[in-house]
Design a protein. Sequence first.
Length: 119
Amino acid sequence: MDFLTSQLFFDNEKFLNFVEICRVKGIEIPIIAGIMPITNAKQIMRSIELSNCSVPKKFYRIMERFGDDDASMKQAGIIYATEQIIDLMANGINNIHIYTMNKPDVAEKIMSGLSEIIK
C-alpha cells in the first residue's frame, strides 16, 4: 500500500490524533486528509449520518446561522473547508483530497482561497 485516504471529517484534531496513533504504531505511509466542503444544511446532516463523524461546535453554529440560506451556507462551507485545509497544512499535513461531490465550482473557490499558500 502506498497511501491511505481518510473519510471526510470536520474536526482536524481528531484527524491529527489519528495520524499520530498511526505513526506510533509504525504506519509511515502518507495519510491523505479527506475534506468535504458542506454547502447546504441537508448535505451536512446526511454526511454526518453516513460517516458517523463528529462535528465541532463551531460548525454547528455555522449551520444554525446560515443553513436556511443556500447562498450563505455555500459560502460558509467553502470558507470552513478552506480554513480546515490551512490548519492541516500548518500542522504538517500536505496531502489533502477534497470531496467535491461533482461541484467543480466549490473546488475552484477553495483553490482560489489557497492560491498563495499552495504555490
